[in-house]
Design a protein around this ligand. Sequence first.
Ligand SMILES: Nc1ncnc2c1ncn2[C@@H]1O[C@H](COP(=O)(O)OP(=O)(O)O)[C@@H](O)[C@H]1O
Ligand SMILES: [Mg+2]
Length: 476
Amino acid sequence: MDQATTSFVETFRRFMSEVVNAPRHAQSSVTPLGEVVAEHLGVELGALPILTETMLSHRLADADIALDELSELGAGRLVGVTGGNSRGHQAFTDLLDNPHFPYAIGPVDYTTAATGPSTERRTVAFGLRLLEFAGRPVAVLQRGAAPEHGREDARLEVVAADGATAEAFVAEVRRLMLERSVLRGQVLTIGGGQFGRGSGHLTFVERPDVPVEHVILDEATLHGIIRHVVGMGEQREVLRGAGQHLKRGLLLYGPPGTGKTHTVRHLLGRTPGTTAVLLTGPAIGYIALAAEVARAMQPSIVVLEDVDLVANDRAIMPGNSVLFAILDALDGLDGDADVTFILTTNRVEVLEHALADRPGRIDHAAEIPLPDADARRRLLRLYAGSLSFSSDALDAAAERADGTTGSFAKELVRRTVLTAAEEGRDPADADLERALDELLSSRAELTRKLLVGGAGGVDGGEPPHPAVSFGFFGGR
Ligand SMILES: Nc1ncnc2c1ncn2[C@@H]1O[C@H](COP(=O)(O)OP(=O)(O)O)[C@@H](O)[C@H]1O
Ligand SMILES: [Mg+2]
């Protein structure tokens, strides 16, 4: 060590010991942000309790709307917080009082939250709101979910000079969030995955628009279904007034491809303003969340599609069958809740026992059978649209297509158009006939294969996963 180095080391050592032995100033750990909050509240922060309200991340937009409204009323201002990434790890108290980092006022962080299938809202993802509520000062830290910091929930952290004010404020936020919710009147799916516009688990979808003329069903069947879902909703005041319950359960059952989903889409189109939650396949595991949304956002509809596929799947809902969870959800809602449950299934026998054991959950069951000759004719006409087939050709095709479904009719017309297009022609009667030959023979082949390979038949067991295997062929 030369002299310069020795002298530096000595200086450094003295400096370090001064740092280590320096007395801590209890007051100095209040951050600049803490000073702003204390000034707003008009009290020392001391041990003021912080009220934390956590919510699923898809409710952040609702919270933002509610808080904007309360801010407007309460001469509020919105500020951000410095500190970059480190803020995410800190509790609100640590932002206000911190010996390591002087958190201060900085830029507000925003995120975009979906508010509909094609709308979104710039929403505060990290910001501090200082406002007055009922004449008393309140400070709210608003944060979106931060999965990278292990926080899946969005949250509000509220501090006021007295606990009662904080509590009353949170209650008002909750009320406004419900009243102004962006979910209200929307069609939603849960577990929508990477497609569609999501916020948390919920995804907004466009409300379907299927005119009644496009639903080819037996008149009485269709009328009964519409009456149960739409008609009862229209008469809700009369029914309520007469002490009748509004909660209702509809079951649509029948072979795949016969139009159960199609019918549901029609019903959704006829109930604008109704909040609808659609659950398909494994997403049916979110039944409790769906029921909660439905209860909060009445009038509402919960659709559980192809229930048979997951009814007994314990992987989706460990410790309980999905079917029982569904029944619990049906039971859990008050009778006067204006909530309709619609279940669809290809195999009603999977549900029969459970539903029979707890009667009254499903109060209308409609069979959607394979179409008869007349219905097949109407289906072909519908899907042929403006294509110029002769009546005779359509009738003949309908006759030959015995045992097929609506989705078969649709596919038949598509193939006909394709066959003709490949030969550079407009589709004609002969193309329809050829496409039908093709489809009927491939259908026979697939059916044969399934029967040979399947477990069903001999021992009277069920064919293997008919819903999946038969697809649009309508499986018989
Ligand atoms: N009864 C029907 N009326 C009109 N179109 C139908 C009908 N059945 C099936 N389709 C057509 O076939 C498609 C598939 O039917 P879908 O409703 O998904 O069958 P399911 O839900 O019963 O398995 C529908 O989107 C529709 O285009
Ligand atoms: Mg379906």
